[in-house]
Write a protein that binds this ligand. Structure first.
Ligand code: PMP
Length: 430
């Protein structure tokens, strides 16, 4: 059935659609951390729609509020609504550091890219600058501004030139840089400083620094300590906003509400999407220091700037995470998963690093010569699929196993999934 649906759809779908070719299934059903395909096969979902389903598929607590809302109405324009107020208050309750009690929220359309566009506009508006600092390996989305600050040419295709005046600095990935963690941080920060200070290569009118506090598509790179604080200092010294893209890393994924809290560094602006819409409803938001709220009415307008159903779902999802203490669960279970992968890595030189925070986990594969091994990651994805576990890849070379399971994943399911993954690692690196 899956095959029939896929073939039929591929004949008429745009060739721009990115079918996960290694996971040839059509989905029929999803509950919690498992999904079922059109042929009745059940899978443990270890990527949760790329970090969307933090409270699990079809979470009944969230859906209850969705049904209540859809019975009333589904869409108007930006009228004040109870749903909007509820979510703004909830987001304030979980806002990091000094943003708590001191922030404004502009909701976006369905995609994270849209929240990024708002953040770029906000940074430019407030500084009057044009220069954006971003990082190699970063992914920020598929719209023009978001693509401009994305640091991987594979995602930019033939669509350049994009925004002018964007400079990419190296993200501190000790494995890729072949440096110790402190050296990697020092190197990255020096490069960022040079962008601001270098009278020959630097730009004249900086507008902001855009960074994922943990890189997702770049290969689950949790930066070593000191990097985000260093960026905080550079942003302050140059009077530009520090913008954290928490679209993949946020809302409990890292074992804290926001990955920034793993490092105790508060940005001026942050973007969120994906898990914000509760159990998969499309919604994004840009949350920022209220001092930056200088733009005018309608400066970031649009038909679906904050969908009332997504807002209801988002508030419920945050409540669900609070009531079930899923942040602590993400830390505990993430520790277990990393331990299992570390154990596999100790016995296997083809895994060069296991990394991440909470339930945002990566394992990087190399070949016998130590070069990035995307084939091993591909084969592992296939192996897991054949054995009932869905995993996703990441990294500039596609050689990183990336796990982003729903935060509701049980210990029992995690154990079953890890048995498959560890067996798969042995098999594909044999
Ligand atoms: N930023 C980050 C960190 C992301 O991971 C993504 C999506 N993978 C985006 C932005 C873009 O979000 P969307 O695909 O919803 O536009």
């Amino acid at each position: 059935n899956s095959q029939r649906l896929i073939e039929k759809q591929q004949r008429i779908d745009s060739s721009a659609v990115a079918y996960p070719e290694d996971i040839p299934i059509a989905l029929e059903d999803g509950k919690g951390a498992t999904v079922r395909d059109a042929d009745g096969n059940t899978f443990i979902d270890m990527f949760a729609g790329i970090g969307v389903m933090n409270v699990g598929h079809s979470n009944p607590y969230v859906l209850e509020a969705v049904h209540e809302q859809t019975d009333k109405y589904v869409h108007t324009v930006d009228f004040p609504t109870e749903a909007r107020l509820e979510l703004i208050e909830k987001l304030d309750e979980i806002a990091p550091g000094s943003l708590q009690g001191n922030n404004k929220v502009v909701f976006g359309g369905p995609t994270g890219s849209d929240a990024i566009e708002a953040a770029i506009k906000l940074a430019k508006y407030n500084t009057g600058g044009t220069g954006l600092v971003a990082f190699r390996g970063a992914y920020h989305g598929a719209t023009s501004g978001a693509m401009s600050i994305t640091g991987n040419k594979d995602f930019k295709g033939d669509y350049t030139p994009l925004l002018p005046d964007v400079t990419h600095a190296p993200y501190p990935n000790p494995v890729e840089m072949e440096k110790s963690p402190p050296e990697a941080v020092e190197h990255s920060l020096e490069e960022v400083k040079a962008i601001f200070d270098d009278p020959y290569g630097g730009f004249a009118n900086p507008a902001g620094i855009f960074v994922e506090p943990i890189q997702g598509e770049g290969g689950v790179v949790a930066p070593p300590k000191g990097f985000l604080q260093g960026l905080r200092d550079i942003a302050d010294d140059n009077d530009v906003p520090l913008v954290f893209d928490e679209i993949q890393s946020g809302l409990g994924r890292s074992g804290q509400w926001w990955a920034s809290e793993c490092y105790d560094v508060t940005p001026d602006v942050m973007t969120t999407a994906k898990a914000l819409g509760g159990t998969g409803f499309p919604l994004s938001a840009t949350i920022y220091d209220e001092e930056l709220d200088t733009w005018g009415s309608g400066d970031h307008a649009g038909t679906y700037r904050g969908h009332v159903v997504g807002m209801r779902a988002g508030t419920r999802a945050i409540e669900y995470i609070q009531e079930h203490d899923l942040l602590a669960h993400a830390r505990d279970l993430g520790g277990y998963i990393r331990d299992r992968l570390e154990e596999a890595a100790e016995a296997n030189p083809r895994i060069v690093e296991v990394r991440g925070k909470g339930l945002f986990i990566g394992a990087e594969f190399v070949d016998e010569d130590g070069s990035p091994d995307d084939e091993a990651a591909d084969e592992l994805q296939d192996y897991c699929f054949e054995h009932g576990v869905l995993v996703w890849k990441a990294g500039r070379h596609g050689n990183v196993l990336r796990l982003l399971p729903p935060l509701v994943l049980t210990h029992e399911l995690a154990e079953t999934a890890l048995d498959v993954i560890v067996e798969g690692i042995d098999e594909v690196t044999d």
